[in-house]
Design a protein around this ligand. Structure first.
Ligand SMILES: [Zn+2]
Length: 119
């Protein structure tokens, strides 16, 4: 007739700041995928954990929606390329300055850069 309260380890989640601790098995949700049919976290923490997971997934989706990697919109394209183009221009101008007395060479260099950029 001795029914001691069985304790079970709630694993918590480092990712979401849930401390592991011991809790009565009655505090654990049934989870058939587990060997003993009980979840690895107590009910309140499991709820907290799944909520945090859902929020993280939503945040990830929102971040992807903000910056779609595979669909370059025509309007966003020039903005995305502007910094790169500015850097290239700066470099080209810096290189061009000492060659200012060689207009032909500068022309060739300019043409080469245009060809490279066009590819
Ligand atoms: Zn817990």
């Amino acid at each position: 007739m001795t029914k001691t309260t069985e304790m079970r380890r709630c694993i918590g989640s480092k990712t979401f700041g849930i401390e592991p601790h011991e809790a009565p098995t009655s505090d654990f949700p049934a989870q058939l995928s587990q060997k003993d049919g009980l979840g690895r976290m107590c009910k309140p923490h499991w709820r907290q954990y799944t909520n945090a997971l859902r929020k993280a997934a939503l945040a990830r989706k929102a971040a992807q929606a903000d910056a779609p990697p595979a669909e370059p919109e025509p309007a966003a394209d020039p903005e995305a390329r502007a910094p790169r183009r500015a850097t290239a221009t700066t470099k080209r101008e810096r290189r061009r300055t000492p060659m200012a007395h060689l207009p032909t060479a500068t022309e060739e260099v300019g043409q080469t850069i245009r060809d490279v950029l066009a590819e």
